[in-house]
Design a protein around this ligand. Structure first.
Ligand code: 13P
Length: 252
């Protein structure tokens, strides 16, 4: 089974719409000049989605959002729905990011509701899982990842699971400059693939792409992406500069 590498930039709470459009233009121009076989996704802030969508049109680069609500519409101040995202050209949505879990009350149950809704809306969820430093040092990484994964995929069919991407993001590696070693990443990715095989079946597990996230940069991307179960990257800091992001795409 060959899985197409997927490199996604999570721009988090950075860049105005104007700045986002500029960065997107740089990425589009560079990939037009030197096309990549990899799938590329950028996930700007909500207020930049529309502008960036126009810049990406026809480029083959996909647009992602950083979260969504599980309802269609209604009195949910501050929230955004899958329909609204789709209307501006979004095709991927990051769900269950550790920052959402840590700061905004995201739970495995809310992640599950969002995954179900995103799939119903025709969006591809990027489902984030990962342990904290304390959990890793307590040797419960696999248990934590299993709970998060089983929670997120509850009541999701195998056919729908194949439309999802898993992002393994060890919390201790996010924004810290401390990357998981390629072996640490591979070990957890392999474990996640085994879990998917036990929840679903071997063919489904083989088809789901598993991204690594956490201080990925051009210097460490090649080695991480060379691991058999590492199928891409979800990149924060290094995705905010065209050169670094393109370097990671090139390293894949
Ligand atoms: P950094 O690449 O900045 O560590 O962020 C990773 C991340 O959280 C992507 O979602």
């Amino acid at each position: 089974m060959t899985r197409r590498i997927i490199i996604a930039g999570n721009w988090k709470m950075h860049k105005t719409a104007e700045e986002s459009a500029t960065l997107a233009k740089e990425i589009v121009a560079a990939l037009k000049a030197a096309p990549s076989a990899n799938e590329v996704v950028v996930c700007p802030t909500y207020v930049a989605l529309d502008r960036v969508s126009s810049v990406l049109a026809g480029s083959g680069i996909a647009l992602g959002a950083q979260d969504m609500h599980w309802e269609n519409q209604g009195a949910f101040t501050g929230m955004i729905s899958g329909d609204l995202l789709k209307a501006v050209g979004v095709t991927y949505v990051i769900l269950g990011h550790s920052e959402q879990r840590a700061y905004f009350g995201e739970t495995d149950a809310t992640v599950n509701k969002k995954v179900i809704k995103a799939l119903a809306d025709g969006l591809s969820p990027i489902v984030c899982v990962g342990e904290t430093l304390e959990e890793r040092e307590g040797n419960i990484t696999e248990k934590v990842v299993e709970t998060q994964l089983r929670g997120a995929y509850a009541d999701i069919s195998a056919a729908d699971a194949r439309k999802t991407v898993v992002a393994y993001e060890p919390v201790w590696a996010i924004g810290t400059g401390r990357t998981a070693t390629s072996q640490q990443a591979q070990d957890v990715h392999k474990y996640i693939r085994g879990l998917l095989a036990s929840i679903y079946d071997a063919a489904t597990a083989e088809s789901v792409r598993i991204q690594y996230g956490g201080s990925m940069k051009p210097e460490n991307a090649a080695e991480l992406l060379a691991q058999p179960d590492v199928d891409g990257g979800l990149i924060g800091g290094a995705a905010l500069k065209a050169d670094a992001f393109l370097g990671i795409i090139g390293a894949a």
